[in-house]
Design a protein around this ligand. Structure first.
Ligand SMILES: NC(=O)c1ccc[n+]([C@@H]2O[C@H](COP(=O)([O-])OP(=O)(O)OC[C@H]3O[C@@H](n4cnc5c(N)ncnc54)[C@H](O)[C@@H]3O)[C@@H](O)[C@H]2O)c1
Ligand SMILES: [Zn+2]
Length: 339
């Protein structure tokens, strides 16, 4: 089996990228493994769960909350899960977050792994060991940083992925290109979503490149004191816009990236906003929206990444080179109003 092992501060993670769910039984002991998935994934791929003990949760962000974890834990107890059990989250980022979190607190922590089934969870949510749940309006307010034992990919899952979820995933891929990988940015410009959807090999290579990119950023800075902040590119105003309007996460992030580019022009000498906007548009994502500036600033100010009177903002010096710059809040307020 094709395997790469990546070391993090307190553990290492085995990545089985070009393999498939049929290899899962070579990684874990089937009798002591419990799969956690959601109804959408289970209904579209039922036969792949045959012979596996499986817990099927309701799909959606609104279920990424403590009552779902309580219910999952009750089922684990009922099924006799013990310290030797392994949980495998098969699904999008909601499932990996719930599985990683529940596995980290069940009996003070049992082994877990992920089979991500959305582009977003392959290139982003499954990597890095942050797993948490939402509390009221606060996203990812409670959780842990603990690495999974393994990540396994099976591209067959994306056959059932809705178009909107492809776009969400590509928003994070474009983000990665902007902050760290100019050559990937060129590749994305030369291709299109349709190309990646029809050419599995090209998609696998792109996904792998993004997995490695995020992994390296996290390896350098597992506990988010420096480089890992770059992954928040587009997410500051993006989160505010996601909170206020009916955009998906990916859509809010691409809008946030456009505005971060405009701020980068003012504060970091960036000159390529037009290219970023064209790429975002090419992948079916929005680049602009009208928004309530005062309300957005208010939400940004409450963002947990705030440091005293300045806010760490991720800007671009050029495509492929992101930087973190503290912007004094009064200056940021003025800039947001001028956007
Ligand atoms: N832990 C982290 O570091 C991290 C990073 C980024 C995002 N996240 C979290 O990830 C979540 C978003 O992840 P997501 O976009 O994968 O969301 P998701 O898990 O809600 O999946 C999106 C939708 O697609 C469905 N789905 C999943 N796989 C499918 C498939 N193969 N075929 C058909 N339908 C499928 C799901 O049921 C859901 O309706 C958020 O909760 C976010 O906070 C976590
Ligand atoms: Zn994101």
């Amino acid at each position: 089996m094709n395997k790469q092992t990546y070391k993090f501060s307190s553990s290492s993670v085995d990545y089985y990228l070009a393999n498939g769910i049929s290899h899962l039984k070579e990684i874990v002991d089937q009798s002591s493994t419990i799969i956690v998935t959601d109804e959408n994934v289970y209904n579209a791929h039922t036969k792949r769960f045959k012979n596996w003990k499986t817990i099927v949760l309701k799909p959606g962000e609104q279920y990424k909350v403590q009552p779902t974890v309580d219910n999952l834990i009750a089922q684990l107890i009922e099924m006799g899960a013990d310290r030797k059990s392994t949980l495998v989250g098969v699904g999008g980022g909601v499932i990996s977050d719930i599985t990683g979190y529940a596995a980290s607190v069940y009996m003070r922590g049992i082994r877990f792994g992920f089979i991500p089934t959305t582009i977003l969870s392959m290139v982003d949510a499954s990597i890095g060991g942050k797993n948490g749940i939402d509390v009221g309006l606060y996203k990812n307010m409670v959780g842990i940083i603990r690495q999974p034992s393994f990540i396994l990919h099976d591209m067959v899952f994306v056959n059932s992925l809705p178009q909107s979820e492809w776009e969400n995933g590509f928003a994070e891929i474009i983000k990665h290109a902007c902050i760290k990988d100019a050559a990937m940015f060129d590749e994305l410009e030369a291709n299109s979503l349709k190309t990646y959807q029809s050419k599995k090999k090209l998609l696998c290579e792109l996904v792998e490149r993004n997995v490695v990119l995020k992994t390296k950023v996290v390896q350098k800075d597992e506990f988010e004191s420096g480089d890992r902040k770059l992954l928040n590119f587009g997410h500051t105003l993006g989160h505010a816009i996601e909170n206020m309007y009916a955009f998906s996460h990916g859509q809010a992030v691409t809008i946030g990236m456009t505005y971060a580019c405009l701020i980068s022009e003012k504060l970091a000498g960036f000159k390529e906003s037009e290219r970023v906007v064209s790429l975002i548009t090419k992948y079916g994502l929005p680049a602009y929206t009208e928004f309530d500036k005062a309300k957005a600033f208010d939400i940004v100010q409450k963002d947990k990444k705030k440091v005293k009177a300045a806010m760490n903002y991720v800007l671009l010096q050029k495509i492929g080179r992101g930087i973190v710059k503290p912007i004094p809040l009064d200056q940021l307020e003025k800039i947001i109003h001028q956007l």
